[in-house]
Design a protein around this ligand. Sequence first.
Ligand SMILES: Cc1ncc(COP(=O)(O)O)c(C=O)c1O
Length: 452
Amino acid sequence: MNDLKNESLCALAMSEGRNWMPFTANRLVNGRGDHRVVASAKGPYYTMADGRTVFDTLSGLWCTPLGHGHPRIVEALRQQAETLDFAPGFQMTHAPAVTLAARIAKMAPDGLEHVFFANSGSEAVDTALKIAIGFHKLRGEGGRFRLIGRERGYHGVGFGGMSVGGIVSNRKMFATVMMPGVDHLRHPYDYAHIAFSKGQPEWGACLADDLERLVALHDASTIAAVIVEPVQGSTGVLVPPIGYLQKLREICTKHGILLIFDEVITGFGRMGENFASQRFGVTPDMITFAKAVTNGIVPMGGVIVTSEIYKTFMSGPESAIEFAHGYTYSGHPLAAAVAHTVLDIMEEEDTNARVRALEPVLEEAVHALRDLRSLKDLRNIGLTAAIELAPLAEKSALRSVQLFEYGLQEGVLLRVTGDTISFGPPFISTPDQIREMIHKVRNVLLRCEEEF
Ligand SMILES: Cc1ncc(COP(=O)(O)O)c(C=O)c1O
């Protein structure tokens, strides 16, 4: 199929809405033609079908920190496809998955020793929730079935993740079919106390006491686990106040509740450490990961668990399947091989140190936008930041479309959700690219200020 034919087929299929796109205003995108179609990508840039080049301000969807088209990763994928493209992962395994599990466990905080592979963040989360419930059951505490999420949390779109998630637009259509026994902590974003914080806000550790409220309401003996993102990414980079995660850990430990950190965004360097858990000095009982582990090239997700959890499952007759759970593609050879190469590159190039060096560059650039009149808040941590604009009542949705459009015109692919623009640039970005990105965003915001 030559390019011309490809393009015209693409245009036709778009006009017919054949590709029902995820989390997308389908009719709007289909109506906008070429400039919403990505043609190729290299390093930190995408080239759109209309020829425009745009900077990848969110590393794909937080998943391509090493940039696009990395020759070593492409080669690893090719070689693995030639050697072993697929093998069943049930009742057998293969070296890339086994050694990757050992490697990830070594990168994780002490005590987290075993890895269960899935293929996405959503699957990783649902896996972790099932492990939590199974763990208590196996220990004779089957009454612990409740799962506690958090307002504004995002844990994917499976029934488990959706139920513990706290983003209302994702929940409202399915209100009647949520998992039973789920409750939510209040979110830790208290604008009045912490607006325009650089890094972790100083106020807000006390918000973790909300867990005591839920324990008082439900009784600890009914609660299996608490799941939180250490930094809430999808809702617009909500940074944990100093001491907040420590307090959550203490309360969970006190009541025998498992603590799960959903590190699908923060895992593998986004906070300048392997995991946010290490950055914040708090060790959960499980970590979920996905996204950056394969640099987004092939899907992979997983859960890292403590040896206590693993050993609890490794009981009963040796011939029995200990955990009746898994996916056809758990630990897929291509994903495992790619992940090894991604982790090689991260180690060799010390991307954690690079993120730590870029963090103040992003912080300074973002907070220099403070003079803009449309702002509500600016926040940042690690190589992430968010710009929150004052809401515009009925015009906010239209403004978010315009922000995206003007971004494309200025050369930045923006992730706009409601009134917030989130940033998670690739680790390979140079300081100048980060400054240029924010400079372009200033132009976008000024254009929007004229219009709204
Ligand atoms: C913290 C967190 N958990 C889970 C998910 C779901 O991941 P996926 O889209 O790979 O299912 C996401 C996706 O952004 C996420 O940010």
